[in-house]
Structures are given as C-alpha cells and as structure tokens.
Design a protein around this ligand. Structure first.
Ligand code: T46
Length: 138
C-alpha cells in the first residue's frame, strides 16, 4: 500500500508560520467541505469506516494522532504530528484515527459534502464492496 503524505510549504518569517492550501495546487481535488475534531477523549478510536467515493486530506494542525489505513489486504499506521503535513486518504480505504494527544486538532479537507450514503461502516461489507470493484477492473 502506498501512503501519500503531502508536505505543505510553510511561509515562515520572524512572526511565525503560515500554511496556505489551494485546491488543485496543494490539494489534489476541489475542496467542498472542511471539518475538524478536537477535545477527543483519551483512548478513543474514531473512524471505523470507509468511503465509496470520498477523497480526503487529514492534517493534525495541533497536537498529534495516528491513522490506521486498511485497503482490505494491507494495514499501515501513519503518525500525524506536524501542522504542515497532510495524509491523503482515497475512497475504498478503511480508516481509524487513534492515540489523539489531549491538545490534538485534526482538520479534514474533503472532496464532497457530507453524505451518509457514501459511508461503509461494516468491515465485512467493506471487504465485499472492494472485491466487487476488483472484479470490475479485471
Ligand atoms: C472520515 C474521518 C476521517 C456531520 O454532520 N457532518 C460532517 O461533515 C461530518 C464529518 C460528520 N457529521 C456528523 C455525523 C456524526 O453525527 O458528526 C458526527 C460524527 O461523525 P463521525 O462519527 O462520522 O466521525 P468520525 O471521526 O468517525 O469520522 C470522520 C468523518 O465522518 C469521516 O468521513 O473519514 O472523520
């Protein structure tokens, strides 16, 4: 599995740092939604789902957390601990976010507006969904 992590350009000067993100320049899709999570309770794991078509970039803009990616064949854990790094998550990828530091703010840039019908929240259903996709490709 290829993990795609973007390293954004911080515009630093004597006042501090600033990161600017533009769709199709720094982000590979049109940004239709931004959301973020904070005050995550210690020990909590979020996610536990995949998306049928949504693409996203996850940026831990404060603190740190980890993301487990699972494409049905392989799993990888990716730490997010820098405000200038973004993890790209494609569709058809099971994700779990965990080990949030108490000060973590995880911001997500999404290619689509919120649509509950795009979620696959059952792992067995996810495996069936991606195996259907593979048959179509063959
Ligand atoms: C994802 C990971 C990384 C909305 O009303 N609008 C929204 O845009 C979102 C994202 C959520 N919600 C509501 C739906 C639930 O009642 O907020 C509540 C928490 O959402 P959820 O349990 O889906 O949160 P996570 O952290 O498990 O997953 C979220 C995204 O939903 C998901 O797309 O990939 O972050």
């Amino acid at each position: 599995m290829q993990v795609i992590k973007y390293v954004f350009q911080p515009h630093g000067d004597k006042r501090g740092q600033l990161v600017a993100l533009e769709e199709f320049v720094d982000i590979p899709f049109k940004i239709k939604r931004v959301y973020y999570m904070y005050n995550t309770i210690e020990g909590v794991t979020r996610g536990h789902h995949a998306h049928k078509s949504l693409e996203q970039i996850l940026i831990c803009i404060h603190g740190s957390c980890k993301v487990r990616l699972d494409n049905g064949e392989e799993k990888k854990v990716v730490p997010l601990e820098k405000p200038y790094e973004g993890l790209y998550i494609s569709n058809n990828m099971w994700r779990e976010m965990f080990e949030f530091s108490p000060d973590a703010v995880l911001m997500v840039l999404a290619s689509e507006v919120y649509d509950e019908n795009d979620y696959i929240r059952d792992y067995d259903e996810f495996l069936k969904f991606i195996s259907k996709d593979k048959k179509i490709v063959k």
